[in-house]
Design a binder for this molecule. Sequence first.
Ligand code: AMP
Ligand code: MG
Length: 424
Amino acid sequence: MNKISEVVSCLDGYDPNALRVDKAREAIRACLAPVEDCERVATRAALGRVLAQDVVPGFDVPAHDNSAMDGYAVRAADLRADGDTRLREIGAALAGRPFRGELGANECVRVTTGAVMPAGADTVVIQEVARVEDGAVVVPPGQKRGQNTRARGEDLKTGVAVLKPGRALTPADLGLIASLGIAEVNVRRRLRVAFFSTGDELASIGAPLAEGEVYDSNRYTLYGMLLRLGVEIRDMGVVRDDPALLEAAFTSAAANADAIVTSGGVSVGEADFTKQMMAKLGEVLFWRIAMRPGRPMAFGRIDAGGSSAALFGLPGNPVAVMVTFYQFVRDALLHLSGRSDDYSLPLLKVPAATPIRKVPGRTEYQRGVLFQDGAEWKVRTTGQQGSGVLRSMSEANCFIVLEHERGRVEAGEPVQVQLFDGLA
Ligand code: AMP
Ligand code: MG
């Protein structure tokens, strides 16, 4: 990692005390270098992993012209345009069992879907259209040359890379790789991410709750969000607000992980002793981001024993943790993992069902419910939007993303939404 303060000071409009969301994202990206190590894994184990090679077909897929339907393979030249054509059936080609002969004039071969096109045939007449009369196959007029056939190589062509490095492999990709007979692929190693919660008020599940304590829920949301990103996780528990304990936790995390995600301890009142301690261990910037929820956030690098890790110090409020994770950490960890495809979250525009309060000068991530109102999709907020109200995240199915400059939203005005779930 380069010296962070130098990298970020080169960015246009960089202001650590009122940092715009897009600037923060840009600053983080500019400071992080993806992991380079790779490993070979079996095709199925590569699901969700970041591809580290070109996938190049060694042969055409499909390997032969074949039938797209059940029916009869015919020669288009034999078919009459002005009336029925009577053809003689000379055999059958089934999927996996080709017909060995060749079609002559006015002959046809029965075919099933996927069967190799018999020599001489160029067109398939589906069985629902043809009829058998007095032992002959009768084809009505109106057929088109080449219909219902699939051309050799229409899916994949020999020598033309079909998958490029830097993408996370999808179920469709596994199928493509398998269709080429490839049993193993080269992928980047998984990113290792350590995480812990900080706070003297935190109790762990299983322990009784003393007065003034809250159960540590952030480590559970972080666990879920990290697992879904496909990274290797190391849960380091709760660390008390004590410089010596924090230093030990950061040092151990940096020695074993590529990135560290913490929650709590970055707000103004708490940051001071953390700042001093972190300055000793690496380089950490404390930002105030022009967003809601999630204003304070620390970003930087922690060094330990010759290796270093990227640090994301998230705010302690449960909703702020999730919002800052999805808006910054997700992007950063995917970049670190070696992704170079477009993994930005889609923003859809839908009308707001009710007015939404908003002040210009910060980006807001309100929790929303996208719902169908007759023929139209609309979005409403989940109600109470406090950054401690985790229920709002559970009830929501999307973020309503209200842009930096925007003010109050009237009912019916389009707003941007970011869906929580989708086909992966
Ligand atoms: P902090 O950012 O440390 O000042 O914390 C802000 C708020 O979030 C406080 O109300 C904390 O009690 C709460 N909080 C901090 N960490 C956690 C956690 N791990 N789980 C649940 N709530 C937390
Ligand atoms: Mg705290």
